[in-house]
Design a protein around this ligand. Structure first.
Ligand code: DGL
Length: 283
């Protein structure tokens, strides 16, 4: 058995990296849906169908647990798949299978509260709020998942999302540093204009952006804390596995990297992030 990690492309490698550090002996299968990347400008229906196909592929590959290392898929498709498709599919396969996302652990890290804390009464709002900027895809921004879930739990955090329509595609294509720097600076400036000042904290709410986190750090005021989604996710998955022994993560440290797109070496940005060349096999 193994843990599946799914993204539209190379972005989920940032989560995979943290997962491997946290669970070094587990077996991992990474699937990049590069035939259909990017997801961020697609319709909800498309995102649900593509995410379902990716999960199915990973379950067929022997995974018991699939981590959606993609904010867009987690924001748009996760709940729907958990409530509709997965129960029937799991029944047909007659083995424990589950899909988890990356937004819940990120919100827990942002609020400092466990997910189960969800209050029954509206939380009391305070005047001086901590402004949290979320850089994400248009589909994640349109879902308003971060705004809704953080607002429910916390009275002193105001969330502003900045949709970055082309950034995941540029990272997927291995764009040059100057082009990426200009795009990141424009998004930080646009978000800061809407807030009236730069955010107090930020989340790179698209896993692709973690690959160019240094450019976000450089564009934001010095020392702006970035909530680290990959580490928050890795910690949450490790805890989940400890509590749910039925999901066997394997123990031989296997690493398989698959793509629905063209097999082979991934671009230089990925190599720089990973610290060595990364090559995907055909799914
Ligand atoms: N890396 C993904 C995310 O976290 C998807 C980006 C895309 O395909 O647009 O949102």
């Amino acid at each position: 058995m193994a843990i599946g990690v799914f993204d539209s492309g190379v972005g989920g490698l940032s989560v995979h990296h943290a997962l491997v550090r946290r669970l070094p002996t587990a077996d991992f299968v990474y699937l990049a849906d590069q035939a259909h990347t990017p997801y961020g400008g697609r319709s909800g229906e498309d995102i649900v169908n593509l995410t379902q196909a990716g999960c199915e592929r990973l379950f067929d590959q022997g995974c018991s647990l699939v981590v959606l290392a993609c904010n867009t898929a987690a924001a748009v498709a996760l709940r729907r798949l958990q409530q509709t498709w997965l129960p029937t599919y799991r029944g047909a396969k007659a083995r424990p299978l589950n899909i988890l996302g990356i937004i819940v652990p990120t919100i827990e890290a942002a609020t400092g509260l466990p997910w189960t804390h969800e209050p029954t009464q509206p939380v009391e709002k305070v005047e001086h709020v901590d402004v949290l900027g979320i850089f994400c895809t248009p589909a994640t921004a349109a879902s308003r998942v971060y705004e809704i879930e953080i607002d429910k739990r916390s009275g002193d955090v105001a969330v502003f999302s900045e949709a970055c329509p082309t950034l995941a595609r540029q990272i997927e294509a291995g764009a040059g540093e100057e082009e990426l720097r200009a795009a990141v600076e424009a998004h930080v400036a646009s978000l800061s204009r809407r807030i009236g000042r730069p955010p107090d904290r930020a989340i790179l709410g698209c896993t692709h952006y973690e690959i160019i986190a240094a450019l976000f750090r450089a564009a934001l005021p010095v020392g702006t804390p970035l909530i680290h989604q990959p580490d928050a996710t890795a910690e949450a998955i490790a805890l989940y596995l400890r509590r749910h022994a039925q999901y066997d993560p394997g123990s031989s440290g296997g690493r398989l990297f698959l793509t629905t797109g063209a097999a082979g070496l991934q671009n230089g940005l990925v190599e720089q992030f990973w610290g060595s060349p990364v090559s995907f096999d055909a799914a």
